[in-house]
Each structure stands twice: as structure tokens, then as C-alpha cells.
Design a binder for this molecule. Sequence first.
Ligand SMILES: [Zn+2]
Length: 272
Amino acid sequence: MTAQAYHDGLQRPPPGGRPRAYKTDGLVLRAYRMRDADRLVTVLTPSLGKLKLTVRGARRLTSKLGGHLDVLNRAHLAIAIGHTFDVVTGAESAESFAGVKADLSRLAEALYLMELADLLLPEAAPHPAAYALLLDALRALEAGRSPVSVARHTELGLLRDAGFMPELHSCVMCRREIEPERHRYVAAMGGVVCDECPAPASGVLPLSVDALKVLRHFAERGVAEASQVALSGVVRDELETALGASVRYVLEREPHTAGFVERVAHLRERGA
Ligand SMILES: [Zn+2]
């Protein structure tokens, strides 16, 4: 199958339209076990948004499809229109990110980003920017870039793509430009608040000038540049706390993999 053929088959036909099948690339965000040996996968595509697809017999050892559709894989997919979910009829992995999967720190951040994309991005809408963002993140992790920088940069980008970009320049209350050292971060209010405006009794987070500068830099740059910034321990913690609070506020809960990332980081600190 040539790249052009995939490109030609990219548009999913409208329901009831004559074509019964289509082709697309997809990044596997999540996989769920289903009855028998079937698997349900959530993939993010370049132009069709997020799709939930059935992979029949994926968990059988003899499955020709299953191995190509592991979480974190980018695969070329052939898909047939189904009743509840469309069905994968052909899959060939294009990138499998073996280096990421072999390293616990990188794997933890990558799985967190996949879950975040799955939770933040609505279905039935294209998310080309998020697709590019996640792929860039996986490639940066594979190339050995700092997992923490890649994760925070991508987290911010996903928040933006989902329509929840935190305000980083003007006070969200009075709209005045933020002056150095005279601000705090309030996730529930959507970003930075100046020190003259009232803030809620809880959820007010400190954000140093350095951390704010890094966030602004992340917002303007791609992951390759963003992941070259050396983060101090304080800045790293502030970014994780502030963006984590924004994610929890938007989702109204903690992503499952966030705890996993924390436990892996803790193990590393203990030298395990
Ligand atoms: Zn203000």
C-alpha cells in the first residue's frame, strides 16, 4: 500500500454513504479488553479525530492485527464500517516507539499523555494539532529528550487544543498585564491572577517568574525547543502542580496514569 493510496482513502465516508471501508493512520491511545479475544482501541487520526475501533481476535497469539495495535503505536489502518464500532480489517505499525516502551520514566509520561488526549479531546471532531503534538512528543521521548519537559509541553498543548489554554499574560480578573512577582496561578479561574484581584480561598498556587517564563516559552515553541530548557527542581514542581491542577479542573478528576507517573518518579528518586 503506497502513502498516496492511504491519503486517497483518508476521508471517512458519511453514514449511509456507499463506501463500506476507509483507510487512515492512527495513534493508539488506549486499548480495552472485550469479550472473546477482541479488543477495543481508541486511536487518534490526523484528520478524522478520535475513533473507537474493534479489533477482532486481537488477543489471540495468532492474531495478525493485535501486535500492530499496542498503545503508543502509530499504524496504517484499513477499517470497515461497523454497527456499534467500526472494525479494523488491516493494520501495519509504522512507528512503535520501542525505546519509550523499554524505559519506565518515558513510558509513564507517554501513557499519561495518551490518556490525557483521550480524556480531553471530544470525539467526532478532527484534532490535527493534537495528533501532531502527540506524535512529536513520542518522537522526542524516543530520541531521549527530558520526559518531564516533553510531558509538560504536551500537556499545555493538549489543554490548548481542547479549548482550555491557561491565561499566562494578563490577569484573568482585571485583564491587566501581569507584573513580575505579582501574580499567582488559579486553575479554577483559568490562569494567572494579579495580586490586587481577589482570589478564591483555596486552589491558589504559587508560580515563580521562572516557571511562568517556561510556560510562555512552551506555549510558543515546538517540543524540540521546549525540551532543551533545563528545569530546576522548583520550576519542575511548580509546572507539574499548576498544569496538573488545570487538568483536574477541566476533567473534574485525576487521570489514572497521573498516579503511575508519580510513583515512577518516586522510585527513581529513591534510586530504585
Ligand atoms: Zn487583576
